[in-house]
Design a protein. Structure first.
Length: 278
């Protein structure tokens, strides 16, 4: 029997977390697979870990202090799972992603089709089904529309990602340098550089509404002091982490250029908006 470790990290989204887990457990048992769930409670204060323990006592909950955010929370869940057992697969799952009934079957079928050597990504759509929101990414950053077949991608969002043991043995865990975002993009880029194929499956596997695209750190309506603070927050656009990502994958010149322009966008957002419109 093959083994799968599902990895999540959560912070104060109790209703969404419970809905996410309910959708997941509705898919179990899965014939031929043993599925374990590892969830990092990143210092929740809204009763999330208590509710999870009550409704899903089989979940392995790892308690943290609230300073991990997405990337380090996922790193913690993954590290715990990998130390517990040598799993055949690891499934990243965001707690605001509500999977469809075919999710696990589609992922495992794709893994078999690729001889358990490729990373398999699932696309999500908005809850009103009007748009594809997250999934694999092409070189230009766009998300390919599922067309019924496996689509090769260059990197990915971390909402639904199925990673075989063979890829984990090469790449290891997420890069702990990143706190919140960028860790998923970095993992996909490292996979490509290591020659590990990545495919988005041919159908949408769940719902997840897109986050706002106009961040507070570069919004001219927001006072400068608040923009500056938001810029350096882990869930803002921390310049050092952006530099780390781009220096690794795009080179020093690109990393330095964007390091400067990030600060310019924060300092002079109106001028930046005029430049983009022009």
């Amino acid at each position: 029997m093959k083994t799968i470790a599902v990895l999540l990290t959560v912070f104060n989204r109790k209703d969404k977390t419970l809905q996410c887990l309910k959708r997941l457990y509705n898919l179990l048992p899965l014939d031929g697979y043993q599925v374990d769930v590892y969830l990092t409670d990143d210092g929740c204060t809204d009763g999330t870990p208590e509710a999870v323990a009550e409704q899903f006592p089989q979940v392995n909950v790892i308690h943290a202090k609230g300073d991990l955010f997405w990337n380090r929370g996922m790193w913690t869940a993954w590290d715990t799972a990998a130390k517990a057992k040598d799993y055949d697969f690891y499934l990243w799952l965001n707690d605001d992603t509500f999977v469809y009934g075919n999710m696990l079957k589609v992922l495992t079928d794709a893994a078999v089709e690729t001889n358990e050597k490729a990373i398999i990504v699932g696309a999500t759509e908005s809850t009103d089904h009007s748009a594809i929101t997250y999934g694999g990414r092409l070189k230009n950053g766009s998300i390919p529309k599922p067309d019924g077949s496996l689509i090769k991608v260059d990197y990915f969002n971390g909402n639904i990602v199925f990673i075989p043991r063979s890829a984990y043995k090469v790449l290891g865990n997420l890069d702990h340098y990143f706190t919140h975002s960028k860790g998923d993009f970095d993992y996909g880029m490292r996979a490509k550089e290591a020659g590990i194929a990545m495919f988005q499956v041919g159908e949408v596997l769940g719902e997840c509404d897109a986050h706002p695209t106009f961040d507070k750190w570069c919004n001219p309506i927001v006072p400068f002091a608040q923009r500056w603070k938001m810029l350096h927050r882990p869930n803002g656009m921390p310049p050092k982490e952006t530099f780390h990502l781009e220096n690794r994958h795009y080179g020093l010149l690109t990393a330095c250029f964007h390091y400067i322009t990030i600060y310019l966008r924060c300092l002079c957002p109106k001028l930046w908006l005029k430049r983009e419109k022009g």
